[in-house]
Design a protein around this ligand. Structure first.
Ligand code: SF4
Ligand code: SF4
Length: 194
C-alpha cells in the first residue's frame, strides 16, 4: 500500500518520543558543543604525527623518508628532509623532517599515508572542529600543528596505540639483542689484536 513506509516511520518516531520519557537511551539528541557523543575508535579525519616522550622534536618518529608524500593521491603532503640526524626510538641516528606540512583542505582522509609509513610515524586524528575564517593558509597544517604525543594517540585510539607500542618495543628489543651479539662477537677480535 502506498504510504506504508511513512506510517511505519511515524510509528518509530512516536515510539521513541514517548519512550524517551521513560528510557534514557532513547534520548538521542546531544546539546552540542556542551555535550558530545564519544567517537567510535575507527573514526578518522586528518593525519597527525605521533611523538614519544615529552619533546615533539626529539620524540618525532618520522624519519622524512617521504614515502607518504609520494603515495598521497592528491599530493597534499610537503616534506623537507633535515641535513643533520637525531636518534630515533632505538637510538639509531635518523634524518627528520625539517618541514612537514599537510594541506587539509585537499586531504581526502584516505589513510594511505598511514598504511605506507614503515615507521608508525603518521596516524589518523579524530579532530573535526577545524573550521576557519580564512580561506587559504589556515588549513595548511605545519609540523608544529601535526606533532601530537603518543599519550594523545592512546586517548583517541587505545587499541591501535597499544598494538603500535608493543610492535615498537619488540623492534627495539630485537635491535638491542642484535647490537649485543655484534658487540660480543667483536670483543675477542679486539682483545686478540691488542
Ligand atoms: S589521508 Fe590520504 S589524502 Fe590525506 S594526507 Fe594521507 S594519503 Fe594524503
Ligand atoms: S610519516 Fe612515515 S612515510 Fe611519511 S616521511 Fe615520515 S617516516 Fe616516511
Amino acid at each position: 500500500m502506498i504510504g506504508t513506509g511513512i506510517l511505519k516511520g511515524m510509528a518509530v518516531t512516536a515510539r521513541n518520543f514517548v519512550g524517551s520519557y521513560f528510557e534514557k537511551e532513547r534520548l538521542i539528541t546531544v546539546q552540542y558543543p556542551e555535550e558530545r557523543n564519544p567517537l567510535p575508535e575507527n573514526y578518522r579525519n586528518f593525519p597527525f604525527l605521533p611523538y614519544d616522550g615529552d619533546d615533539p622534536h626529539a620524540g618525532l618518529r618520522c624519519v622524512a623518508c617521504k614515502i607518504c608524500e609520494k603515495e598521497c593521491p592528491p599530493q597534499c603532503i610537503y616534506i623537507v628532509k633535515s641535513e643533520d640526524k637525531k636518534p630515533d626510538y632505538m637510538g639509531k641516528p635518523q634524518f627528520y623532517p625539517k618541514v612537514f606540512d599537510i594541506d587539509i583542505s585537499v586531504c581526502m582522509s584516505c589513510q594511505i599515508c598511514v598504511e605506507v609509513c614503515p615507521f608508525e610515524a603518521i596516524k589518523m586524528d579524530k579532530d573535526f572542529e577545524l573550521s576557519r575564517r580564512e580561506r587559504f593558509d589556515a588549513l595548511l597544517l605545519r609540523k608544529s600543528d601535526l606533532a601530537k604525543s603518543n599519550e594523545y594517540y592512546h586517548s583517541i585510539c587505545p587499541t591501535d596505540a597499544a598494538e603500535v607500542d608493543a610492535k615498537l618495543a619488540t623492534a627495539a628489543e630485537a635491535a638491542a639483542k642484535k647490537k649485543a651479539v655484534a658487540a660480543a662477537a667483536a670483543t675477542p677480535a679486539t682483545s686478540a689484536s691488542g
